[in-house]
Design a protein around this ligand. Structure first.
Ligand SMILES: [Ca+2]
Ligand SMILES: [Ca+2]
Ligand SMILES: [Ca+2]
Length: 742
């Protein structure tokens, strides 16, 4: 296997120095194995051969598995204990970690010195009393709804509860089976967060009940996380369904009371009974379990016999007459494999009269048991063949999803070749080398930091659209081609998509280089956009503009028309001379219909710049819809595309799984629209928009200024006096080529 020089993942938050990038070798993975649940996994010779991976004749000690770059213990079965053969298999214990961007964790098969599972042979000793119970933990953390305002590190939650006008109650039913009535308490942990913050305090009044018994009655304030734990005697539970009731009495004197149920978790003493021929449980430190079980039954006195110091015995009911595998993962990460025996009335169907007896060396750890028929197969796929993405010369970096690497992108790169040294990198290479084949925005960020500080990259273009629904939870089928970073842009918006953060090399929230994105999802959309960019670069209608302004905001006493007039007054003379009444589409002066017609006609006739300032949403300019997504889709200026700056909220929110934004409509319209759209992917303040607009426009209209340079310079200048204005510094982004000129 060829070893490739790659760069180790850089810890976010560290100022990048050349030393951080000392090269290391990341071995070429020969198989990606995605693991989605905890348990024992087996990959057989025939599973491998189905992907044309033939390990026949490879020494078993040379077959290794890595998780996030670390080699983990593996059992490689071979009849002769030496070489992989046709009846060989690979077995490991998998534990996926949580990620916003993908379900499960990718384990990699590499050819390297492996760490073996230690095979234990322990003597059966029936005089050791079997453990009476273990503590089972069930986490109920359904992710069904999304909020970009979640005050916790996960925007997906289980349920939103809204009390407005009257109280609301929700019941949540969950099962606790084979509860053992010991003196060990059941622990229930409730994890919710407030969804509203009115001037009143507290905003929220919540009452929890469990199985009809009051559990808690409390109040809390604001958009904050609220985690509470309850200890409840185990003997008050009956095995079976449990009902958790959450009630909002709606008596906080607020307009509404909104809470979000993130999760609840229950930990209870459970008898050793297999579930579908499988079980995972933790073995506590020696003192812990024996102490707590002293009152469980009279037989517990036998714990004093001394055997438990060396071995623990578990008798698992509901087994079947087949081969069971037992693994123990110790706290330090060692993995041991133990024998097991079934006894009782055992047949192929699991039943309570059939028991599985196992003896395991004492010590803290997690035990995994599964019948051979229940072993899991990871999702197998072939990893990319790694190329060196760390040694190149260039100043313009394109990171593209493989779907868009082809003739269209090549033509775009050719069009840049006179002015830039363009480097094209497949995003999957970055995942392979910076996040061990896991989809990760951090990997992109680390790579961009490397490319900026070590290679001198000044412009970055991401080619491919995005969606916040990375796991298709909403079943909309939307696809993320290139993931964005998410961050807080003010007190309310905690999960704003912020491509600009990728361009912040030294982590001070101020962009250092230029970044843009083509939010394309098909080759055709890429072709449309490329053609519009080419047309725009050769435009004959320089220094022409249409300015759109929302109507006067009565409630805030704010005039967007004044903002537009201010922006116009600061334009160079070469622009001013082209401005007439027809260039101004102001709702205050024209009304909606005329303003809309002015925007449409100006763009269709060809203007270099289309500027909007006012309130906006993802699909509309102005709450009175002076120009909407559908209007942008009707534009027919394919040969004379415009460039759009949108000074308002959300109009460039490019991660919606269910709707195209104004930006998409302008950019992806085949018959016309824009070569590039700049705008906000978050909630913004009008004052911040106005301030940044002046700086951006001033720079954009300078000779030979690129979009990227204008925006980065404007943001850096603005950050000197308003570093807290992250709504525009990080939340205002370029969709398009950052090297385009106005
Ligand atoms: Ca969640
Ligand atoms: Ca409040
Ligand atoms: Ca910075």
């Amino acid at each position: 296997m060829k070893a490739y020089t790659v760069i180790k993942t850089i810890v976010l938050g560290l100022l990048v120095s050349s030393h951080s990038f000392a090269s290391i070798d990341v071995p070429q993975s020969i198989l990606s194995m995605k693991v989605k649940t905890d348990g024992i996994y087996r990959v057989t010779h025939s599973d491998l051969m189905a992907l044309n991976i033939d390990l026949t004749g490879v020494h078993v000690k040379k077959i290794a598995i890595t998780r996030n770059g670390q080699i983990i213990p593996v059992k490689v079965y071979s009849e002769n204990s030496t070489f992989f053969s046709s009846n060989s298999y690979i077995e490991f214990v998998g534990n996926p970690s949580e990620s916003l961007y993908q379900e499960g964790t990718v384990y990699s098969l590499i050819l390297a010195n492996s760490i073996s599972v230690s095979e234990k042979s322990v003597e059966s000793n029936p005089s050791i009393r079997a453990e009476a119970f273990y503590m089972q933990t069930d986490l109920y953390a359904e992710n069904t709804e999304y909020s970009f305002g979640a005050p916790i590190d996960d925007p997906w939650f289980a349920k939103r509860m809204l009390a407005i006008g009257s109280e609301v109650t929700e019941d949540f039913v969950f099962a606790m089976e084979n509860v053992v009535k010991t003196n060990r308490d059941v622990t229930l942990e409730m994890n919710i967060w407030g969804g509203t913050d009115y001037l009143q305090s507290p905003d929220h009044h919540v009452i929890y009940s469990l199985n009809g018994n009051p559990l808690d009655d409390f109040r809390f304030d604001g958009i904050t996380s609220d985690i509470r734990r309850y200890e409840i005697p185990a003997n008050s539970f009956v095995s079976g369904d449990q009902t958790l009731e959450i009630r909002l009495p709606n008596d906080t004197n607020t307009l509404a009371d909104v809470i979000h149920i993130e999760s609840w978790q229950v930990t209870y003493p459970r008898a050793f009974v297999l579930n579908d021929k499988k079980i995972n449980y933790s073995v506590n430190t020696q003192g812990d379990q024996s102490q707590s079980s002293t009152q469980a039954s009279s037989g517990d006195l036998l714990f004093a016999n001394g055997f438990e110091a060396a071995l623990k015995r578990f008798t698992l009911k509901n087994a079947s007459n087949e081969n069971y595998l037992v693994y123990k993962v110790s706290a330090s990460g060692n993995v041991e494999f133990y024998p097991s025996t079934v006894s009782g009335s055992c047949n192929s169907i699991a039943n309570m009269e059939c028991s599985l007896d196992i003896y395991v060396e004492s010590g803290e750890g997690q035990i995994y048991v599964a019948a051979e028929s229940q072993l899991m197969l990871p999702e197998l796929s072939l990893p990319v063949l790694m190329e060196d993405i760390n040694k190149f010369k260039g100043n313009y970096l394109i990171i593209a999803h493989p779907d868009f690497i082809g003739a269209e992108l090549d033509q775009f790169i050719q069009s840049k070749a006179n002015e830039y040294d363009v480097v094209l990198v497949d995003v999957e290479q970055i995942y392979a080398q910076y996040s061990f084949s896991n989809i990760s925005a951090t990997a992109l960020s680390d790579y961009i930091k490397f490319a900026a500080s070590e290679i001198g990259i000044k412009d970055v273009l991401l080619v491919g659209g995005d969606t916040y629904d990375y796991k298709n939870i909403l079943s909309s089928g939307s696809i993320s081609f290139i993931p964005t970073l998410y961050g807080s842009t003010d007190d309310l918006i905690t999960f704003a998509p912020i491509d600009a953060k990728y361009s912040d090399i030294d982590n001070d929230n101020i962009p250092d280089i230029n970044i843009g994105r083509f939010p394309v999802r098909t080759e055709q959309e890429l072709a449309n956009l490329r053609q519009k960019i080419a047309a725009y670069s050769n435009k004959t209608y320089a220094n022409t503009v249409v300015f759109a302004a929302d109507k006067f905001d009565v409630s805030n006493g704010y005039s967007f028309k004044n903002d537009a007039e201010l922006l116009i007054s600061q334009l160079p003379e070469t622009w001013q001379q082209n401005i007439s009444l027809n260039s101004k589409a102001y709702v205050d002066d024209d009304g909606i219909a005329v303003a809309k017609a002015k925007i449409t006609n100006n763009i269709n006739e060809g203007v270099a710049l289309t500027s909007f300032i006012g309130h906006s949403g993802p699909r509309d300019w102005s709450f009175s819809r002076m120009f909407s997504f559908s209007d942008a889709n009707l534009l027919v200026n394919a040969s004379s595309p415009t460039l759009v700056t949108q000074w308002g909220c959300w109009n460039t929110y490019f991660v919606s799984p269910t709707e195209d934004t104004m930006a998409h409509a302008f950019m992806l319209n085949q018959n016309g629209g824009a070569a590039s759209v700049l705008g906000a992917s978050t909630l913004t303040k009008a004052e911040h928009e106005k301030d940044l607009a002046q700086l951006v426009l001033n720079k954009l209209t300078q000779q030979n200024m690129t979009l990227g340079n204008a925006v980065t310079q404007a943001k850096r200048e603005y950050a000197l006096t308003n570093p807290e204005a992250l709504d525009v510094i990080l939340g205002w982004n370029i969709l398009g080529d950052p090297s385009l000129k106005l």
